[in-house]
Design a protein around this ligand. Structure first.
Ligand code: SF4
Length: 451
């Protein structure tokens, strides 16, 4: 007896102009490449895709009729094409209003979104010979946390950096693809998503914040919308490489509501306006102290980490001291500092006033020493508090090696729970902070939190 499963079958109805036909070809090619069969009629199909036209009234009618027929004959219908993008004067989708039972609606040129909807409602057959990797891909991180890359490249040209010349301008990944990856990771057991890119706050700028579709709903390619969606996944969501643009202010309430972690990794790099200008930093004209104050007003528990460069070409002693003053006022939780290093090809190397190695290193050391007290005081303020931690490892001597909401893996501190040897790696627990040193917190377990 053969145990071979039958391939999932998709019915396809295509209306409209040659551009719509070309979209249809691209979707059909993807379906066939992924092992779906194309059904010749409604009865033989597990699901139907209707590619619509919305050009003139007659075409709209024809498309709506075709959707109605597919719903009546089959029941599982995904709509794509021009009519899918059409809205009434109140901004409501025409298709959704006439046929609320459709599973998903996308606009034209949306092969990826259509395939995402097909995968959701009619999963591919798992073929162990073709699918040699698990759905979440091969990852280098532990099972319980994962990096989620949302874009590649960068539109800025910071004078000390050569990344744009290596990786090109900003290219945002389609929102549905990012969200699908996040969902797959969470299903595979990931409890913490680390959102990364070169410039996270710029997500979607290159595609003019285009509306994509995820799980049949329109979602903008924008950091706020992404955070909102990720916030529904019920895992820790941590943002890295966020520049202090005014638009970031909108995300802080999501942190205060507990949707995403109250944590921001903001690479300020310097505080003196002349140096920031010479660095060509994004958002260099913003009043960062004022911004930080406002963030803390909205979300008092926010952890802010940042990185700085000491000894940038031309930096005077006074300008460096201004940076220390900024740190004194900003009271950042975590700080990393690099002595300026002339990367080959960076335009900053041509700036006048290059400083000797010893001066750059000495300023870096002074900055780190200055910050050490601030970071320690901020950790001390947590002693006695109950916090949630995620267990990264169990060490027979030290106990459970965990992290709090304020600690990103690899770069921040740890929460060490000496009595936590029975805790499980990758799970959340409630603990009480008992002590701290310069980088880490020490805590005792209270009870095992829900997964
Ligand atoms: S340092 Fe500047 S140029 Fe380099 S990746 Fe970051 S924002 Fe872009």
């Amino acid at each position: 007896m053969s145990t071979k499963k039958q391939a999932p079958r998709v019915g396809f109805v295509s209306l409209g102009c040659p551009k719509a036909a070309s979209d249809a070809e691209s979707i059909l090619t993807r379906l066939r490449a992924e092992g779906y069969e194309v059904a010749p009629n409604y009865e033989g199909a597990d699901l139907v895709v209707v590619n619509t036209c919305g050009f003139i009234d007659a075409a709209v009618e024809e498309s709506l009729d075709a959707i109605g027929e597919a719903l009546a004959e089959n029941g599982k219908v995904i709509v794509t094409g021009c009519l899918g993008a059409k809205k009434d004067s109140a901004g409501r989708g025409i298709v959704e209003q006439v046929h609320p039972k459709v599973l998903a609606v996308t606009g034209p040129h949306a092969t990826e979104e259509v395939m995402a909807a097909v995968h959701q409602y009619l999963p591919k057959l798992h073929d162990p010979f073709a699918d040699l990797v698990p759905p979440q891909g091969v990852r280098l991180t532990p099972d319980h946390y994962a990096y989620l890359k949302i874009s590649e490249g960068c539109n800025h040209r910071c004078s000390f950096c050569i990344i744009p010349s290596l990786r090109g301008d900003l290219l945002s990944r389609p929102i549905h693809e990012v969200l699908r990856e996040a969902e797959t990771l969470v299903k595979s057991g990931v409890n913490e998503l680390l959102v990364i890119s070169q410039d996270t706050s710029a997500y979607g700028v290159d595609v003019k914040y285009r509306t994509g579709f995820s799980n049949g709903r329109p979602v903008k390619t924008k950091l706020y919308d992404l955070c909102k969606e990720l916030g529904e996944l019920d895992v820790w969501v941590r943002l890295h490489y966020v520049y202090p643009y005014p638009s970031v202010d909108d995300i802080i309430p999501l942190m205060a509501e507990g949707k995403i972690l109250p944590y921001l990794d903001v690479p300020f790099q310097h505080a003196n306006p002349r140096i920031l200008k010479a660095m060509k930093r994004p958002a260099s004209a913003e009043n960062n102290l004022e911004r930080i104050r406002r963030w803390r007003e909205i979300c008092p528990d926010i952890t802010i980490r940042s990185t700085f460069i000491a000894g940038f070409p031309g930096e005077t002693e006074q300008e460096f001291e201004e940076l220390l003053e900024f740190l004194g006022e900003a009271q950042l939780d975590r700080v990393g500092c690099f002595a300026y290093s002339p990367v080959e090809g960076a335009t900053a190397n041509a700036l006048p006033g290059a400083l000797p190695d010893e001066v750059r290193e000495e300023r870096k050391r002074r900055l780190m020493e200055f910050q050490e007290d601030i970071s320690t005081q901020r950790l001390e303020a947590k002693i006695g508090r109950e916090i949630v931690v995620l267990v990264d490892d169990i060490d027979e001597d030290e106990g459970a090696i965990c992290r709090s909401e304020g600690d990103a893996p690899e770069i921040d501190g740890l929460v060490i729970v000496p009595e936590g040897r029975d805790m499980e790696i990758g799970k959340f627990y409630q603990v009480r902070v008992t002590d701290c040193d310069v980088h880490d917190l020490y805590a005792e377990p209270i009870w095992a939190a829900e997964e």
